[in-house]
Design a protein around this ligand. Structure first.
Ligand code: CP
Length: 308
């Protein structure tokens, strides 16, 4: 059995069987990444475009590497340096790219909903690589994979997402995916950074990081997104660090066994101290390695799926 959808636009409504299949397939590709020759011929002959309208380091490089590891032909588009800078519309850009006969489009965009729009104007299979404040499904999947790899399970775990929830597509994908897999999900942050209707997602809300740390097995710590005006939601980054920053002192006091994740890029000294970012409680670079395996799994499962 394959995936139930031809595209990966988000984790909302994705069945447990699909998430399980992606995580299990990633385990196989994770093993390929440890081989001397880290390449398989699975997507030979397929052409994939990485359409990035917003900055990225981890997601863009990891998708490109995953495509190369699967022997696909890849082309990279970034907004700066393209004819979008001369005023070409998004739709015309996509039509021109599609005229080059691409099979799949991986898209990051600052506007929520653009990957869904792509499914309406393109025949290619679409993967959302992060759309505005909406979703970042492969980040959610690699976070789940990394937790499962470290702890051995997701079901029944208490997992808290910490920080700027209101601006975060990572938070939403984690909430949807983790709940589907049976985890107890909560969020923690200043009330200005948590949507007022958060409880409708079925998550517990903390405004005290010490309590959240003591009551959870895992903290997924989000970046304070100053480029999205998060600065107006807090008095200062120093104050944020004092009240919500993940420090070694807090871990030692509240929960020495807590597992720390961060999707990156990290703001050292803001949401996480350097000591923790480089310490033994975190798996931040494991997440990056696992990201390649997860993206290989998603590309493989969608790229080899016949249209229904
Ligand atoms: N985690 C993440 O999406 O990082 P990038 O913005 O560098 O891709």
């Amino acid at each position: 059995m394959g995936l139930s959808s031809n595209h990966l636009l988000g984790l909302k409504g994705v069945p447990k069987e699909d998430i399980q299949l992606i995580l299990d397939t990633a385990t196989t590709f994770r093993e390929v990444l440890e081989r001397p020759i880290k390449k398989v011929p699975t997507l030979q002959g397929k052409t994939i475009v990485n359409l990035f309208y917003e900055n990225s380091t981890r997601t863009r490089l990891s998708f490109e590497l995953a495509q190369k590891r699967l022997s696909a032909d890849t082309i990279n588009f970034t907004k700066s340096g393209s004819s979008a800078a001369k005023g070409e519309s998004f739709k015309d850009t996509v039509r021109n790219i599609e005229a080059m006969k691409v099979d799949m489009i991986v898209c990051r965009h600052e506007s929520a909903g653009i990957p869904k729009y792509l499914t309406q104007i393109s025949k290619a299979k679409i993967i959302n690589a992060g759309d505005g404040r909406h979703e970042h499904p492969t980040q959610g999947l690699l976070d789940m994979y990394s937790i499962r790899e470290k702890v051995g399970k997701l079901e029944g775990l208490n997992i808290c997402i910490v920080g700027d929830i209101s601006h975060s597509r990572v938070a939403l994908s984690n909430i949807y995916g983790l709940q589907t897999m049976g985890a107890n999900v909560s969020v923690c942050g200043p009330s200005t950074m948590i949507p007022w209707d958060m409880e409708k997602f079925g998550v517990k809300v903390y405004n005290n990081i010490d309590k959240a740390m003591a009551e959870n097995d895992v903290l997924n710590v989000l970046r304070i997104q100053l480029e999205r005006d998060a600065g107006v939601l807090i008095p200062s980054v120093r104050e944020y660090h004092n009240y919500f920053g993940i420090t070694q002192e807090r871990i030692d006091k509240n929960n020495p066994n807590v597992l720390i994740l961060h999707p990156g890029p990290i703001n050292r000294g803001v949401e996480i101290s350097s000591e923790v970012a480089d310490g033994s409680s975190q798996i931040i670079l494991n997440q990056v390695t696992n990201g390649v395996a997860i993206r290989m799994a998603v590309l493989y499962l969608l790229g080899t799926k016949s249209e229904e």
